[in-house]
Ligand binder design. Sequence first.
Ligand SMILES: Nc1ncnc2c1ncn2[C@@H]1O[C@H](COP(=O)(O)OP(=O)(O)O)[C@@H](O)[C@H]1O
Ligand SMILES: [Mg+2]
Length: 262
Amino acid sequence: MGSAVSDARSSPAPARLLVEAHGLTFGYGREPILRDVDLRVHQGEFVALVGPNGSGKSTLLRLLLGRLRPWSGTVELFGRPPWALRERGALGYVPQRPTLTSEVPATVEEIVATGRIPVGRWWRRLGPADREAVRHALESVDLLELARRPINELSGGQQQRVFIARALAGEPQLLVLDEPVAGVDAASQQRFRDALVHAIAHHGTGVLLVSHELSAVAHDLDRIVVLKGTVQFDGPAARLASAGVSLGVHAEDLPQWLEGLR
Ligand SMILES: Nc1ncnc2c1ncn2[C@@H]1O[C@H](COP(=O)(O)OP(=O)(O)O)[C@@H](O)[C@H]1O
Ligand SMILES: [Mg+2]
């Protein structure tokens, strides 16, 4: 119906590319760990990155976020080289083993609340919307009960969940999570899944999730990227089924299949 103009208006705008890597090659020593890796995450997209231990997943994240420089290839984060990132609130990144950078005995709640404060605006007072976002983030990682505890009294796994809550509270454009739910129970995984789906639906967040436990999010993922030095697969979960791997239905399939890639 209608003219070419109205057709153009009715077709949805292409989603913005949040991160785009092309032809990345990198190693820590003389041998490359990653070879010729391409990866894209768009606004509102939910992408899982999987691969056997030592396959280079954490290394790839560090390259995408400008913590490491590739030997060759290019990375753009929000359309710029990642080391030129200005709006730091646009990115929520939780590394596999986050470390406390300060000895100040801040509480869990105070740390999560810093996710609401854009860099350089530390003086801004938190309003009701901020407090609600902090509460929601704490709830989604099962930390409401520990909200008033000093973070340095928590276990390493609990501290990681505090950093995940801080990233969620900031409602970033891109959320990058490195093995955030290792070993947590099914109910907690479901709550965490709900938080990611909320961020995607309400804030257009793009999510790049490294995890071996994908059964809770199997039906929400747009794409799965399988990495083992190079990208072995990049596509929807349904297409993995043709390789004998079906997420969710047989939650054990993926780890077994990855094991076979070793
Ligand atoms: N800082 C480092 N220095 C040297 N080698 C490293 C470093 N970090 C990781 N590696 C090596 O790079 C390879 C890929 O590691 P990593 O990216 O952590 O894999 P994954 O996250 O998939 O388990 C492994 O062989 C690991 O031992
Ligand atoms: Mg890793």
